[in-house]
Design a protein around this ligand. Structure first.
Ligand SMILES: [Fe+2]
Length: 251
C-alpha cells in the first residue's frame, strides 16, 4: 500500500496467489486492480483502475470526487486509459465520468437502462447491454443486475467483479420498493450462478472487509446471499428501522 500524499491511497492488488494453480490464475495474473479511495463529505467510494499488465491499457470504474487521486493513479501505473465503466447512474458513481472521458478522449460505458433512467448524457457515452467486449487483454463481461437501480450492472474482468452498489462484502445495495427488492434477489441469484468461488469482489463502498474478497468468503459473511425466496428477501431488505447513519457507515 502506498500513500501518495494527496489525500488518496492507491493500493495494488496483483491478484496473484503463488499457491493457486488454475487457468483462471493465468488470466488474473495478467491483470492489475488498483484501488483508489475517494471521499466527499460523508461519502466514501472505491474507484478502481484495472490494467492489462502486458499492454498497459486500462479501464476506470465509477470515478468520483477526486480527479487528482485518479490522475495520480494513472500516472503512477503508466497505464493508458481506454474507457470508463459506470455501474449505475447515482451521482457518487458518475461524478467524474464526463470530465475524465473528455480529458482522456475515451468512451464512457454505461448500462443502457441506466442512461434512460437517469437521463445521463455525455459526448463519449456508449450504451452497454449484455455483450462482452475487450480492451487489450481485458475481457469485460457486463452482468445486468437490477434492483438497486433499474439497470445497474456488474462488470466481470478476468477473476475480478466490480459490483458498484449491487453487492458489498457484507450486504447489498438498498432497494426503493418491493419490485426492486425482488429484482435484487434475482440479481444476486444470477451472480451466485455465474461466479466462481475464487472470483474477487470489488464493491463501490467498503463497510468492513476490504475490497477484493473471494466470492466464497463473501458467501460465508453476507446474509443477503442466503434468503430462500424473493418475498423473504424483500421483507428483510425493506425492513423498518434502517438508519441513514448505518447506510453511510463507510470505511
Ligand atoms: Fe448507488
Amino acid at each position: 500500500m502506498q500513500d501518495r500524499g494527496i489525500g488518496c491511497i492507491v493500493e495494488r492488488r496483483m491478484m496473484e496467489h503463488s499457491m493457486e494453480r488454475s487457468v483462471e490464475h493465468a488470466v488474473t495474473a495478467a491483470t492489475e486492480v488498483h484501488l483508489i479511495r475517494v471521499a466527499r463529505g460523508p461519502m466514501k467510494n472505491n474507484n478502481y483502475l484495472v490494467v492489462d499488465r502486458a499492454s498497459r491499457q486500462a479501464v476506470l470504474v465509477d470515478p468520483a470526487w477526486d480527479a487528482d487521486a485518479i490522475v495520480a493513479a494513472l500516472d503512477g501505473t503508466g497505464a493508458v486509459l481506454r474507457g470508463i465503466l459506470v455501474t449505475h447512474g447515482h451521482p457518487d458513481h458518475t461524478d467524474l465520468a464526463g470530465p475524465l472521458a473528455q480529458r482522456y478522449a475515451c468512451p464512457i460505458w454505461m448500462p443502457r437502462r441506466e442512461i434512460a433512467a437517469f437521463k445521463y448524457a455525455a459526448p463519449q457515452l456508449v450504451p452497454v447491454d449484455g455483450a462482452p467486449w475487450s480492451v487489450g487483454a481485458l475481457r469485460i463481461e457486463p452482468i445486468i443486475t437490477p434492483g438497486h437501480t433499474p439497470g445497474c450492472t456488474c462488470y466481470l474482468i478476468g477473476d475480478a467483479l466490480f459490483t458498484g452498489d449491487v453487492l458489498f462484502a457484507e450486504g447489498c445495495g438498498i432497494c426503493p420498493d418491493e419490485q426492486a427488492a425482488h429484482q435484487m434477489f434475482d440479481s444476486l441469484e444470477r451472480l451466485k450462478a455465474r461466479l466462481a468461488p475464487h472470483t474477487r469482489i470489488f464493491p463501490g463502498h467498503t463497510y468492513g472487509l476490504p475490497p477484493g474478497q473471494r466470492f466464497d468468503h463473501v458467501m460465508q459473511h453476507n446474509m443477503y446471499l442466503h434468503f430462500p425466496d424473493r418475498d423473504a428477501f424483500a421483507a428483510f431488505r425493506l425492513r423498518k428501522g434502517q438508519s441513514m447513519r448505518q447506510l453511510l457507515a463507510f470505511r
